[in-house]
Structures are given as C-alpha cells and as structure tokens.
Design a protein. Sequence first.
Length: 402
Amino acid sequence: MLDINTFIKEYITKRPVSMFVSDIRANREQLTHEIEGQKVLVIGGAGTIGSSYIRALLPFKPSKLVVVDISENGLTELTRDLRSTDGMYIPEDYRTYPISYADPVFEKIFRKERGFDIVANFSAHKHVRSEKDQYSVEALIENNVIKARKLLDLLAEFPPRHFFCVSTDKAANPVNIMGGSKRIMEDLIMAYSDKFKVSTARFANVAFSNGSLLAGFIERLMKHQPLAAPSDVKRYFVSPEESGQICMLACVLGKNREIFFPKLGEEQMMTFSVICDHFLHTLGYEIYSCKSEEEAKEFAVKTDKNSKRYPVFYFKSDTTGEKDFEEFYVPGEKLNWERFASLGVIEDVKIRPIEELDTLFDDLNQAFSKSDFTKEEIVNILKDFIPNFEHEEKGKNLDQKM
C-alpha cells in the first residue's frame, strides 16, 4: 500500500517536514494569543485545504469551532478523522452544518452567534474545468464572487478579528475564468478592509487534494483504468498539511490588506507526467506509454490486472484556461520577503473603488438575468474589470478528456 504523505514528501515537495514549521515555531506565542479561547467559523471546512486549516488551528485551542460545508459526507469524515487522531484537541463546542453559506439558515446561525472572532472562507469553485459553458461560468462566479459579497455584508454587522478568504496562484495574470473570479474576490474583500481586517493567500497546487488529477490517479488505479496527464504543464505543489498552515499563518498573522504566497522557486515546479511516472514506479509498475486515450483504455481492458505494465497517456495541453506555468505576484505589487522564512507577503494591496465593484456586479447580474447570455459576454465583462485578463477560448474543456 502506498503511503501518500510519504510519497508527497519524497517525490513532489521533496521536503521531509513542512516548509512552514519554522514560521509556526517562531510565532507560536502570537498564534496562541490570537487563537486560544476564540470563536472560529470555517466555511468550506470539509475540503482538503479547509480541513487542513482546521488541523493547523486546533492545537492552539479555540473555545468554539463551527464548520459549514455543502458536503455532508465530507463533514462526517472530518469529524471522524479529528476524533480518531491521537492527541487532537477538539473544543467542547464543536458543530458542523451541511449547508451553503448563502442559505438563510446559515444567516440564522451566524446572527445567533453574533459573529465569530476568526472567520475563514474556503468555499470555492477551484477547478479550471468549471468554465465549460455559460451555465458553469454563472455557477462559478455565483459561488466565488456574488455569494462572497453577501457573506462580507453579514460580517460587516459583526466584524471578526481575523477574516481570511482563500485565493489561488491563478489570480496572478489570470488566463481562465476561475482565476479571474478569484482576482475579483481579492478586490472584493479588500474593499471591505475598512470594516474589518482581511487577508488572503495565493498558493500552489495541493498534492492529492480532493478532486485533483493526482487524487484521480488513486481512483483510476483502484478501477484498473489508464492514467492520463499533461506533459507540458508545470505547477508548484504543497502538501495538504502545508496548505492549511499557509492559510492559518496568513489569517492570524497577516495584517490588513495583505496577500501571502509560499517562497517557491521555478526549479521546484513539476509536470504532472513526471509525478505520474514516480507514482507508478513507486508501486512497482512498468510504464506502458500509449499514443491515444483509446489505445490506453484498450490496453487496460486486455491486460491482466496482475500485470506490472500499466498504460498511461501523456499529452500536450489543448483545453481552455490552462496556463503553461504559475506565478504568485505581478509587477507593481509591493513585496516583503523578510517577515517570514517561508512566506512572501504582498503588502498594502491597492483598494479598488467600491463603485467599480458595484458596476461589475450590475453588469454580471444583468447578463445572468437573460436566458440567452453567452460565455463570451461574461468573458468580456471580466476583461473590462481585470486589465491583464488574457482569456483564450480553445473550444475544448477538461470534461472532454480522460
């Protein structure tokens, strides 16, 4: 059996311990002061990053933890995992709710609590595949932007001491609608920074996160299906543990209007095909390279499940929204490389006038109110708001590939 955490350390991050351990140790006193005895709300807490954030936060002993997520099964597994972990601190007041943070019942819960000291929002459409057509685009923007504003208005009534909303490296010079929506989210939360402290983080792909291509390798293997991966797309990677620690540090130690990112160099970027090679070799397989999806599927069907030859199909990326490489910041942003050993900080993020955001929301809502709006129309609205939004429509999406 493959130990995924060990595999990530040896072949992907190539770090035996988290890169954020030194910053956590150096700031333990402040983290304890800010978290211990505090009321915490985590939205989207059943996902990979949200649940990792919870595990990073709990050792500092908050007095209350409320977790909201639309995945009832995910919340169940989160609870079982926390309560099955030796030495894990869980506050006596620990509750989970399988609801959307845009539901009226969420507002009832929030008002009953009269707010929280620490609020972290991980609810998001995070996949590039979420821009297949105009309907998937509307759902993506609704979740990442429009619902987020409703949350911010609610928070303004009961201001938290710390508010964090997760972003992505794809928000820097975005080329897909998901990245564009996260760039808007950054502008949106910064517009509320005069009401309460806000911070966010752009970070790398989380290795073997829920729904990711790497997590799919495990599923394909269990079903004896071929593995497929792009050979030309380079990405930064962090472990699930590291993803939660980034967010905790940015949330609690971040100052108002700051964006955090991990200090990773270009030499640490990897292609998915290289990771796939390591994955199969570690399991003792010999790679059988195929020239097409069809050949790979046929080989899997015809080959005995005990065979040590495993079919893979590596391809050049040709779908809408894929970026050849990732970046965490853009020219003109004020960078601080000195405050933390493992994190860079974008300081004094510029605030866009709320009038510009109001216009954007009006344009989006007007477009979504029409039954015949198009994806191209939404792209043009985003281009008007995001000067460096370079969206290229290729006519093919990830749902059309293995």
